[in-house]
Design a protein around this ligand. Structure first.
Ligand SMILES: [Zn+2]
Length: 112
């Protein structure tokens, strides 16, 4: 079961043992998708917020930092781009799809 926010974070606390079990299930699901698609697709996994204790929504670091995983052609395994932001997601997807990024987007593609 994958309910990282409600069951993992709010019910059990961010970074608790139970929370980390939910994260492990989520990662296993992503691995299954990657294995099933045999590398045919690019996969981007992220979140809209972090959390602390049993809450989120403040401006402390634990609430503001999010995971970002990129898998697929054009991404370098083991490389973590510096200064990456959630603003970089849309330009990266546009780059993968070989379509132009919107002028008003502030982020940049992280495709290597
Ligand atoms: Zn929540």
């Amino acid at each position: 079961m994958v309910e990282t926010d409600e069951k993992g974070g709010h019910d059990s606390g961010w970074m608790s043992e139970i929370y980390l079990e939910y994260i492990s299930h989520a990662i296993n699901n992503v691995k299954a998708v990657i294995e099933e698609t045999k590398g045919e697709y690019s996969v981007i996994v992220t979140a809209d917020h972090g959390g602390h204790d049993r809450v989120h929504g403040t401006d402390i670091r634990e609430d503001m930092i999010i995971p970002m995983f990129f898998y697929g052609q054009g991404f370098t395994p083991g490389k973590a781009p510096d200064g990456i932001s959630i603003l970089d997601i849309a330009p990266t997807v546009a780059d993968i799809m070989k379509i132009p990024a919107a002028k008003e987007w502030e982020g940049k593609s992280v495709l290597g």
